[in-house]
Design a binder for this molecule. Structure first.
Ligand code: GLN
Length: 446
C-alpha cells in the first residue's frame, strides 16, 4: 500500500508535498506488516498518512511553508504525529501549506502554490491546501491539517473532501508550530466522515505537554456514526443565509439541508447577531498572537540566518527580512501595531470583547439547536492569482469559517455537491466537544 501511494506521489502534478519520506514510510510499513502478522494491528495500522508541514517530525524537515525553516529539522515529533505513528500509521511525507498557516489559498508557500486537483488553474484553498489536494488527488488516504480560522474546512470544501476542526483543546497542539495559539487546532482530513472518526480517535485526548489540552475522556467516535437523525434540531443562521449568498451556492446547500429534513431533522432559523464582526476581530487577534509567536525566529535559534551580519540588530533585521514572505510580514506589522501601547485598548482589547460576544451568540444558539449548518466558502475554488494583490479580498474568503474559531467550537466541512465542475462544502458546527454528533450528522449524509 505504501509503495503504491509513493508511486502516485512521484507522478503528482499538484505540488501537494514539500517532503516525501520514502525511507521512513517503508520502515513503518514493514513494522505494520509485522504487527499485523503478530495479531496486534489496529484499524489504522499500515494505512498511509501525510502531515501538514507545520507538525514537527523528528529527523525530517518541518518547513511551515517558509524559507525561514527550509533547513529546520525538528528534534522531536508533535503529539499528533506520535499518536498516529503509535497506531501504526505510515507517514508518506509532509504536505504543502501557506507560510506559517497564514492564508486561504496555499499561494503564500515558499515551495510554490498547490493546484486544485479538480481544476489545475484554481487554488486548493488554504492554509492546509496540500493536505486537502493530496487526499482529493488520491495521493494519500488521510492527512492532518490545522485550523486557526478555517484552514481545515475551507480547503476540504474547495477539494471536495471531508475535514474536521475539533474543539479547541481536544487535540494536542504540542509540536504544532504556533500561529495564533488561542485559535490553532489540529484535525483530520480524509474522504469521509467515517475515516475522520477513526483519525480523530487516534489524535484526540489530553496531553500534559499542552497546557490548553482538555482533560476529558475521548468517546468512541465510530459507534455513534449510524445513530438516526430523527428529531435532530438544525439551526440556519440568518446572517449567513441571506440575499448576499451566491445563488448557486444557496441552492446546493438548500438541497443538502432538504436531505436532512428527509432524514427526520427539524430545521429552524437562528441568529448569530455579532457574527458579522468576525473578520475584523479575527484579523486583529490572529496577527497579534502571530507577531508574538514569530518573534522566536530571530536568525539565532532556528532556521535561516543571513550572511555576514554587521551586528546583532543587523542579524535580526536581515534574517527576518530575507526569510519571511510578504503575508507573514504584513501580519507581524499589523499584530505589533495592534498590541502597542496606545493602540492596545482600541484594537486588541476591543477585538477580544467582540470575540466574547460572538462566543455568547453561539452558546445561546446551541442551547436551542443540536447543530448549526452554514456555507463553508462564499464561492467554489477561485483562480490562482485572483486574490493575490488584494489582502482584504483574501481575508473576506474566510467570512463563514472564522467565527467558530473565535468561539472555540468544533466544525466540519462535508462535500455537499458541485457548482459546475467544482466541489462545494456544507459546514456543520456543533457544541463544545460534540465531535461525535458532527461525525454522525456528516456520515448520515454521505
Ligand atoms: N485564512 C485564515 C488566515 O489566514 C485562516 C488560516 C488558518 O486557519 N490557519 O489566517
Amino acid at each position: 500500500l505504501a509503495q503504491d501511494y509513493l508511486g502516485r506521489i512521484k507522478a503528482d502534478t499538484t505540488n501537494s508535498f514539500i517532503s516525501v519520506t520514502e525511507e521512513i514510510a517503508l520502515q513503518q510499513a514493514k513494522a505494520a506488516d509485522e504487527r499485523r502478522a503478530a495479531g496486534n494491528a489496529g484499524l489504522l495500522t499500515g494505512l498511509p498518512i501525510a502531515h501538514k508541514d507545520i507538525f514537527c517530525t523528528e529527523g525530517v524537515r518541518t518547513s511551515c511553508g517558509s524559507k525561514m525553516l527550509d533547513n529546520f529539522i525538528a528534534p522531536y515529533n508533535a503529539t499528533v504525529v506520535e499518536k498516529c505513528a503509535a497506531e501504526g500509521m505510515v507517514m508518506l511525507g509532509k504536505t504543502n501549506c501557506d507560510e506559517f498557516a497564514m492564508g486561504s489559498s496555499n499561494e503564500n508557500s515558499f515551495y510554490g502554490a498547490v493546484k486544485n486537483p479538480w481544476d489545475a488553474e484554481r487554488v486548493p484553498g488554504g492554509s492546509s491546501g496540500g493536505s486537502a489536494a493530496a487526499v482529493a488527488a488520491g495521493l494519500v488516504p488521510a492527512t492532518t491539517g490545522t485550523d486557526t480560522g478555517g484552514s481545515i474546512r475551507q480547503p476540504a470544501a474547495f477539494c471536495g473532501i471531508t475535514g474536521l476542526r475539533p474543539t479547541y483543546g481536544r487535540v494536542s497542539r504540542w509540536g504544532m508550530v504556533a500561529y495564533a495559539s488561542s485559535l490553532d487546532q489540529g484535525g483530520p482530513m480524509a474522504r469521509t466522515a467515517e475515516d475522520c472518526a477513526l483519525l480523530l480517535q487516534a489524535m484526540a485526548g489530553f496531553d500534559q505537554k499542552d497546557s490548553t489540552s482538555a482533560q476529558r475522556d475521548v468517546p468512541d467516535y465510530s459507534t455513534s456514526l449510524n445513530a438516526p437523525l430523527s428529531g435532530l434540531k438544525i439551526g440556519l443562521p440568518k446572517e449567513f443565509f441571506n440575499a448576499d449568498l451566491d445563488g448557486q451556492m444557496a441552492s446546493v446547500l438548500q438541497a443538502a439541508i432538504d436531505e436532512y429534513r428527509k432524514l427526520g431533522a427539524e430545521v429552524k432559523e437562528i441568529s448569530l447577531t455579532n457574527v458579522g464582526l468576525s473578520i475584523p476581530a479575527y484579523y486583529i487577534i490572529a496577527p497579534a498572537e502571530a507577531s508574538s509567536n514569530l518573534s522566536r525566529f530571530d536568525g539565532v535559534r532556528y532556521g535561516y540566518r543571513c550572511d555576514n551580519p554587521k551586528d546583532l540588530m543587523d542579524l535580526y533585521k536581515r534574517s527576518r527580512g530575507e526569510a519571511f514572505g510578504e503575508e507573514v510580514k504584513r501580519r507581524i506589522m499589523v499584530g505589533t501595531y495592534a498590541l502597542s501601547a496606545g493602540y492596545y485598548d482600541a484594537y486588541y482589547l476591543k477585538a477580544q470583547k467582540i470575540r466574547r460576544l460572538i462566543q455568547q451568540d453561539y452558546i445561546a444558539a446551541l442551547n436551542d439547536v443540536d447543530v448549526i449548518m452554514a456555507p463553508v466558502t462564499p464561492t467554489p475554488a477561485f483562480r490562482i492569482g485572483e486574490n493575490t494583490n488584494d489582502p482584504v479580498a483574501m481575508y473576506m474568503e474566510d467570512i463563514f469559517t472564522l467565527s467558530l474559531n473565535l468561539a472555540g467550537l468544533p466544525g466540519m466541512s462535508v462535500p455537499a455537491g458541485f457548482i459546475g465542475h467544482l466541489p462545494v462544502g456544507l459546514q456543520l458546527i456543533g457544541n463544545f466537544f460534540d465531535e461525535a454528533r458532527l461525525l454522525n450528522v456528516a456520515h448520515q449524509f454521505q
